[in-house]
Design a protein around this ligand. Structure first.
Ligand code: COA
Ligand code: MG
Length: 288
């Protein structure tokens, strides 16, 4: 999973278009991109889309972002979309492992009600949208076997803390958002799940997006959220290991396999030990 494309859940046109955008996953959104007065219609459109898209050959994974746990909308959201057997549910404004466990229980009830495989629906949490969420980033380990990733976001967080902006004059994230981003990496690694980078809202600026993808990958993110189809190829390219990286990872894994007792080996004049082996295995897993 490299790219997750958000699609407003009440837009039939965008939903259909998104299917061929090349994203690894779509996030059919019932939350912020659907206006309060459109929530009921959004659920119907999203449910019809899931039914229509489920059988498409080579389709992306289909996730649904429901409204937050502290709204009175999430129950009806799940009732509407779970019969369509989405691959996963995205939880906005998550404030820790307790929220994920709560959502997992709500999903489990619907899986039973609608005859779906027990435990088949995954969860992805957007974990930095509130100040409370920031303090809970270390609480995801063991929350639920459904939890596959933590994503961070700086837009709702700036609203929550009353900031005027989340980037400086040069376009770089300011300190509070850099902290949120870093803690997401640590929180995801601690829970042994994917760290997913935030959206890049200037969707016409593909150079800026590519630079942000490179920085994300360098730091340990394995995927990025997208809001526009044009962002998908940039993200996919950035998060696909290059043939050179795959070859190097393969060489590291092979070197240790050839010498099972070794704790350290030398490859092309560089010391390679256990952290490198761990990283190499990850590269190979990502390369499929
Ligand atoms: N998914 C699928 N299709 C999309 C899309 C998306 N996220 N964003 C744009 N498109 C489609 C447009 O409908 C348009 O289709 P058309 O050529 O058939 O008319 C085409 O791509 C080109 O779009 P463009 O004109 O460049 O952008 P726009 O002004 O129509 O839309 C946004 C801009 C930001 C409103 C739109 O990209 C969007 O809705 N993004 C998702 C927002 C969201 O879900 N936010 C929640 C998470 S932060
Ligand atoms: Mg939001």
């Amino acid at each position: 999973m490299r790219s997750y494309l958000f699609v407003p859940g009440d837009s039939e046109k965008k939903l259909d278009r998104a299917l061929s955008a090349g994203a690894d996953a779509l996030i059919v959104d019932l939350e912020d991109s659907v206006a309060p007065g459109e929530k009921a219609r959004g659920r119907e459109v999203a449910a019809a889309f899931l039914a229509r898209a489920a059988g498409e050959a080579g389709r992306p994974r289909l996730l649904v972002r429901v409204n937050a746990l502290d709204t009175d909308l999430i129950g009806a959201d799940l009732d509407a979309v779970m019969p369509g057997a989405p691959d996963g549910i995205v939880l906005p404004k998550a404030a820790g492992g307790h929220d994920v466990a709560h959502l997992a229980a709500m999903i489990a009830v619907r899986e039973a009600e609608y005859g779906l495989a027990d435990g088949g629906t995954t969860i992805l949490a957007i974990a930095t949208e509130t100040a409370k969420g920031i303090f809970a980033l270390g609480t995801y380990p063991g929350a639920s076997h459904r939890l596959r990733g933590l994503a961070w976001g700086g837009e709702d967080l700036s609203a929550d803390i009353g900031a005027e902006a989340n980037r400086d004059e040069a376009g770089a994230y300011t300190e509070p958002y850099r902290l949120a981003r870093s803690l997401t990496l640590f929180g995801a690694a601690a829970a042994e799940i994917d760290a997913i980078d935030s959206v890049y809202t200037a969707f016409r600026d593909t150079d800026g997006l590519a630079a942000e993808c490179r920085a994300a990958r360098r730091d340990g993110f394995v995927a990025k959220l997208a809001i526009h189809p044009a962002q998908v190829p940039v993200i996919n390219a950035a998060f696909t290991p290059s043939p050179e990286e795959v070859a190097r990872a393969r060489a590291i894994v092979d070197a240790f396999a050839a010498d099972p007792g070794a704790g350290v080996v030398a490859i092309e004049g560089e010391m390679i030990d256990m952290p490198h082996l761990k990283r190499a295995r990850r590269v190979l897993a990502r390369a499929g």
